[in-house]
Design a protein around this ligand. Sequence first.
Ligand code: ATP
Length: 300
Amino acid sequence: MNSVTVRVPAKVNLQLAVGPLRDDGYHDLVNVFHAVSIFDEVTATAETGMSVRVEGESADQVPEDDDNLAIQAALALARHAGRSYGVNLIIRKSIPVAGGMAGGSADAAAALVACNELWGLGLPMDDLLEIAADLGSDVPFALLGGTAVGTGRGERLTPLEVAGTFHWVFALADGGLSTATVYAECDRMREAMGEKVAWPRAGESLLAALRAGDAKALGAELTNDLQPAAVMLRRSLARTLDAGREQGALGSLVSGSGPTCAFLAESEAHAGELAASLKSAGVARDLIIAHGPVPGPTVV
Ligand code: ATP
């Protein structure tokens, strides 16, 4: 086999509960991940060295050297296998870059799956998950897909039972937000308010809404502790979120560290209407309709 292409979804966080700052600089999280139908595609082709090219949505903002998370994933896999494999990766991006939808982590997961296949390693999911956890907190979920709760830094995953399909509208913003900056702003705001930070817990009503496939109940339970910090850093997000509520979204929140905003709709038809109203309101650079949960990386 000379070439393998893998399609990999973006994620939205249905609950992102940020606990106290740990000594190692990370936060303990409860992170309810949900994979949605916005996909990057990664093609791995056998080559002597390691190289990457990025095409599509905001490709110019993604590094094409060893800083690229997909290349880091390929290097980590080769190290794990104890061999000096080579690969050329072509990444076709549709997931917004630095948008809070874990596009880089998705590409890393896709590269692990593609290279595992291309190099004929046949490593089991557990090995890939271990490599993924070293690459970044969101990479293990990107390998898993579906809906799952992550604890620790978000990397200890338990898949969740979900009935049916949920329909979403994503409002893309101009430019990205750095995840590290948003966490730092969250810490600063908490300290300024003298807030005692509670130990994060998964919301029971949220999990029940997912099990029941109840979009209305889910909409009422969407929470993101990073949202105040993201809105503080990007004031225009407050208007975008308000517009979603005014236009009848069942729930709305900033996705991860932002600046993409997610709106839950009642049905596919409602998602179409909601996207059209938000477009007329002029509160987003672009709008994408998607559904979830969807499976993780898939060889195409
Ligand atoms: P998260 O939701 O995990 O916080 P994000 O969606 O906000 O992440 P990404 O799109 O993953 O952000 O990109 C974050 C940064 O990582 C970008 O600014 C980019 O320079 C860098 N990066 C490295 N590799 C990639 C990649 N393959 N795709 C996108 N960004 C990448």
